[in-house]
Ligand binder design. Structure first.
Ligand SMILES: Nc1ncnc2c1ncn2[C@@H]1O[C@H](COP(=O)(O)OP(=O)(O)OP(=O)(O)O)[C@@H](O)[C@H]1O
Length: 393
């Protein structure tokens, strides 16, 4: 069932759900080895035209290597890469319909903004008038008109980033590859620029492939995200699917904050499952089915914002004795051990026994709360049947 999207809503666009849609970029069983080190491991992936696609993963997982193979700066050791249906083997970077914007921007310091943008077009022997026209178009697109005559050192980091973007887009590539494009910007500018990037992408309808290790950035800009771990893709899905239905503990933990509770399967059927938290007195009733058998140990993953917190004791650990059908919500008791006040939200860490804590996030909607929950308070933690997922990997 489709869940509420988190990023900007353009969900009508979903070619990956259409079996007849032809992928625009295709990695077919691609492996890349450097000596005996495998950086990309038998990886397959399909990306569609006009998609804003993010490769997300920790440092060294192989994201940049994937992008460099697509751009033609590296050759796959095994497998094929197709771009617009054409096998890219042996096609040099400048002949590929893809352009890469580098992390360092690599602007020419002695050239003005417009000369930087025009550079690639001149190399392509485009006519002077056509170049002038394209440069104006790119300056407008990236809102740089007033900076056209400046040199890179007379610009802010955000403006330099836009020059690099304008230059990368000037040749109208079919695919724009962005390697950590906003890495040098501070948080506020980064967020603004993410929205600008999305607007530009919507405008041009170019396929964008972005490499980032910043999950919020990937969630904000991308139609779909591929989460990578040591040379492999572990999940490909829309931001909301990745967040709401992660396929593994790794993905759940990598994207956002999550509570992972070890649990034993007591019952599972089409209507849902009943789990017993290992080491605790509470059961977990969930709408989720699992392939795991009765008695198996699984992980129950629940996001902190889905756990309600209130003063008092939970009645649920007793109530759940009645079995899966008897209860609508889940719960357990805890003691507040730590509070992180982040302004818009507060995160409560409640000890539910021993050293284990459950994290719950509460939006600070009112400025003054009558009796705020505070350190060492006894609290009832509760959540709904459809609030979490069962993970077996
Ligand atoms: N030319 C090379 N020779 C040897 N090893 C390399 C080479 N290029 C990359 N690697 C290794 O391959 C692995 C993947 O590198 P890659 O640059 O793709 O990672 P990444 O996911 O982009 O990481 P980061 O976010 O840190 O840039 C790393 O362990 C890296 O050291």
């Amino acid at each position: 069932m489709a869940k509420k999207p988190i990023g900007p809503v353009r969900r009508a666009f979903a070619p990956w759900d259409d079996p007849a849609a032809k992928p625009f970029i295709e990695f077919q069983n691609v492996t890349k080895r450097f000596g005996d080190f495998t950086a990309v491991d038998n990886l397959s992936l399909k990306i569609y035209e006009r998609e804003f696609f993010a490769l997300l993963g920790g440092s060294g997982c192989g994201k940049t290597t994937m992008m460099r193979m697509l751009a033609g700066f590296e050759t796959p050791t095994e497998g094929r890469i197709l771009l617009d249906g054409q096998d890219m083997a042996g096609v040099p970077p400048y002949r590929r319909p893809a352009n890469m914007m580098f992390q360092s921007y690599a602007l020419f310091p002695h050239m003005s903004v417009e000369a930087n943008i025009a550079f690639g077009l001149k190399q392509d022997k485009m006519s002077k008038s056509a170049i002038a026209e394209r440069v104006v178009e790119m300056l407008q697109l990236t809102k740089l008109e007033q900076f056209a005559k400046r040199k890179p050192h007379q610009l802010s980091g955000g403006q330099r980033q836009r020059v690099a973007l304008a230059r990368a887009l000037a040749k109208k590539p079919k695919v724009l590859l962005l390697d950590e494009p906003l890495g040098a910007l501070d948080r506020k500018l980064r967020e603004e620029t993410q929205f600008e990037l999305m607007a530009i992408q919507e405008d041009l309808k170019t396929t964008f492939l972005i490499v980032t290790h910043d999950q919020e950035e990937a969630m904000t800009v991308a139609d779909r995200i591929a989460v990578m771990d040591v040379g492999k893709i572990v999940q490909v899905a829309s931001p909301s699917e990745i967040y709401e239905t992660p396929s593994s503990k790794f993905v759940a933990d990598f994207i956002g904050d999550v509570n992972l509770i070890e649990a034993k399967v007591l019952e599972t059927s089409e209507g849902g499952s009943l789990l017993q938290a290992v080491g605790y007195d509470f059961k977990i009733d969930t709408v989720e089915q699992t392939d795991a058998a009765k008695g198996d140990i699984v992980w129950y993953a629940i996001r902190p914002e889905k756990i309600r917190i209130a003063h008092g004791e939970s009645s649920k650990s007793e109530a759940s004795e009645g079995g899966a059908s008897a209860i609508g919500t889940n719960g357990t008791s805890g003691e507040v051990w730590d509070i992180a006040y982040l302004g818009d939200v507060s995160i409560f860490h409640s000890r539910i026994g021993g050293e284990t804590t459950l994290r719950s996030t509460v939006a600070n909607v009112t400025r003054l709360v009558e009796r705020p929950i505070t350190w060492e308070d006894q609290v009832a933690l509760s959540w709904d049947r459809d609030a979490g997922v069962i993970l077996t990997a």
